[in-house]
Design a protein around this ligand. Structure first.
Ligand SMILES: Nc1nc2c(ncn2[C@@H]2O[C@H](COP(=O)(O)OP(=O)(O)OP(=O)(O)O)[C@@H](O)[C@H]2O)c(=O)[nH]1
Ligand SMILES: [K+]
Ligand SMILES: [Mg+2]
Length: 368
């Protein structure tokens, strides 16, 4: 049986199986198997072929990458053209964009790569259209920007989420807090830090492991809300990507104010009109906010800091992380830092490697 037939068989079995307490872990297993098979399908499609690939993948650049995902003609290329200097082709017909197009969003000295992609269609996760390439590019994103058409219903968002979910992309979800280690001997040991409030029981874990033919392992469930699906995600770890998602509703010029207001209140959501340039600044601010990055300006003694050229680090980074981002051996030479900005108690504050820096801090580093 080929991969596609296997997928079909599992989908049919899932459709036949009624969802209830007795079947939920079997259904979870089937879901896990599906995710693995779909991954396999994607890998086959995107594996580099001898005679040169399709040129679909773009090299990463800048401080982070946001990827535009959405159905055809929702305005992905319009958005790229508005917030970067890249001019992408925009037209009223579906599938105007046929390959990936990168652009650079400049945000107060930081650079975010924005990747425009072809529209996704129903069944993309099974390889329809350019679905496979689009999905494998989505997996490389620090942020998925899901572009939606405000004039269409809620089903577009749900079905896109389903497509991504089915290939192991988890949106706005932290990796389940479960420690799992496969071992050589000793049997299966399951521990819960507090009694489970979801369907993940010791019995379910043992059943799932048996199905995976794993007979020796340590499992520690650290979160009482973990589900069977979460545990299967942990077992399929290399097939799961946990990615932030920002929902951007475009074409708000074409719907009522009430509808705009309703959409804008949804979590992780921005509303915009690329055509009338409404809300674009908010979109850009929100992209930056969701990426969870800080800009830090370094300053040499006696010279003003260069505010056009920040170092970009993850939020909650320490002075030590900053040193590491400059050079991996820099920490060894480090003596102390002077810090100006909201993280400093006084201006400047003398700090060590563990001091946490904030967005827009100015830092002078002194070496031995
Ligand atoms: N009313 C309205 N139309 C818009 C807006 N933004 C884009 N459009 C129109 O929507 C159509 C599709 O825009 P594109 O940017 O090509 O959409 P896309 O998502 O890149 O489309 P594909 O590449 O084909 O998947 C064009 O006719 C645009 O002029 C908007 O804010 N309001
Ligand atoms: K289009
Ligand atoms: Mg396009």
């Amino acid at each position: 049986m080929g991969v596609i037939e296997k997928i079909k068989a599992i989908e049919e079995e899932m459709a036949r199986t009624q969802k209830n307490k007795a079947t939920e872990y079997h259904l979870g297993l089937l879901k896990g198997k599906l995710a693995r098979l779909r991954q396999q399908l994607l890998a086959e499609e995107t594996a580099p072929t001898g005679g040169g690939g399709t040129g679909f993948e773009v090299a990463k650049s800048g401080d982070a990458r946001a990827v535009l995902i959405g159905f055809p003609s929702v305005g992905k290329s319009s958005l790229l053209s508005k917030i970067t200097t890249t001019k992408a082709e925009v037209a009223h017909y579906a599938f105007t964009t046929l390959t990936s197009v990168p652009g650079v969003l400049k945000y107060q000295g930081a650079e975010v790569q924005i990747v425009d992609l072809p529209g996704i269609i129903y069944g993309a996760s099974q390889g329809k259209g350019r679905g496979r390439q689009v999905i494998s590019t989505a997996r490389t994103a620090d942020l998925i920007l899901m572009v939606l058409d405000a004039t269409k219903g809620a089903h577009q968002r749900e079905s896109l989420e389903k497509e991504l979910e089915s290939v192991g992309i988890r949106l706005n979800k932290a990796k389940p807090n479960i420690y799992y280690k496969k071992k050589e001997t000793g049997g299966v040991k399951v521990t819960f830090t507090s009694p489970s409030k979801a369907n993940l029981t010791e019995e379910a874990i043992k059943g799932i492991l048996k199905d995976y033919r794993i007979h020796n392992a340590d499992v520690l469930v650290r979160d009482d809300k973990c589900t069977i699906d979460d545990f299967i995600d942990i077992l399929n770890d290399q097939h799961c990507s946990y990615i932030k998602c920002l929902y951007a509703y475009n074409k708000i010029d074409a719907v009522s104010l009430e509808e705009v207001d309703r959409l804008a209140r949804e979590p992780n959501t921005v509303v915009m009109s690329c055509e009338t340039e409404l809300g674009l600044d908010d979109v850009v601010d929100e992209i930056w906010y969701q990426l969870n990055l800080s800009r830090v300006f370094t300053k040499k003694r006696g010279i003003k800091p260069d505010f056009s050229d920040p170092l970009v680090v993850r939020n909650n980074s320490t002075v030590g992380d900053l040193c590491h981002s400059i050079h991996r051996d820099f920490k060894d030479k480090f003596k102390y830092a002077l810090v100006w900005g909201s993280s400093a108690k006084h201006s400047p504050q003398k700090c060590g490697l563990t001091h946490k820096i904030h967005d827009e801090d100015v830092v002078s580093l002194f070496t031995k």
